[in-house]
Design a protein around this ligand. Structure first.
Ligand SMILES: C[S@@+](CC[C@H](N)C(=O)[O-])C[C@H]1O[C@@H](n2cnc3c(N)ncnc32)[C@H](O)[C@@H]1O
Length: 203
């Protein structure tokens, strides 16, 4: 399940030559290329299959990509009828590229809902009110993930966590988040995903 530096490098080239490049060509964006400092975009097909499996919203819910990098996931989510989409990225340089990508995506008619990109630490960022779909791909160690998920559970809202490459799945389950869907069938290690429901959420 863990992704090595080498598999990240291979993904960089396959992403550029296939799905990721095609996404960027369509929307005039620059979301490809992993970056020193833990930026690597989720493959478009992985985003699509995981979001298709979410059993909450999108109408009436907000989507939040925690660690949004250059914005690919937030842009893809904005093509669905969420009430709003939020991307939170703490690195200014990546946030700046994400804003440029959003402008291009909008100008080509890509967004069907409100999108807010913020340059902030996701650990402290206030979350939208109401039902939430959270997205996490390789962003956080347990010392960030745990208080964040506890904060969401404490709000009493219905929420789902879409967790790609769920390296800390044991930590999530130990907090009472219940796995409601998964794709462990990927032939490429590291592209598995799981969807968790908030403790106390609707069955
Ligand atoms: C592997 S990338 C995923 C990017 C995007 N979510 C995607 O799936 O295409 C993880 C991102 O999380 C960001 N990140 C890590 N810790 C963060 C934090 N505490 N607050 C905000 N962003 C963070 C990194 O800078 C990086 O851009």
């Amino acid at each position: 399940m863990s992704r090595s530096w080498w598999s990240g490098l291979l993904d960089h080239f396959t992403d550029i030559s296939h799905e990721g490049r095609s996404f960027d060509e369509t929307w005039g964006t620059r979301t490809c290329a992993f970056d020193l400092g833990n930026y690597e975009p989720t493959r478009p097909s992985v985003v699509t299959s995981a979001l298709d499996a979410v059993d909450l919203g999108p109408q009436g819910a907000s989507f939040v990509d925690l660690g949004s990098g250059k914005g690919r996931v937030a842009l893809m989510a904005s093509q669905r009828p969420y009430d709003r989409v939020v991307g939170v990225e703490h690195r200014q340089r990546l946030h700046q590229v994400a804003q440029e990508n959003l402008a291009s995506f909008r100008s080509r008619g890509g967004c069907t809902c409100e999108v807010h990109l913020m340059c902030a630490d996701a650990a402290n960022q206030p979350l939208p009110e109401g039902p939430l779909v959270l997205f996490v791909f390789n962003s956080f160690p347990p010392n960030v993930l745990v208080p964040l998920l506890q904060r969401v559970a404490g709000c009493g809202v219905d929420a789902r966590l879409v967790y790609v490459n769920p390296q800390h799945d044991g930590v999530v389950s130990a907090l009472g988040w219940r796995c409601v869907a998964m794709d462990d069938t990927s032939e490429d290690p590291g592209w598995e995903w799981r969807i968790y429901a908030v403790p106390g959420g609707r069955p």
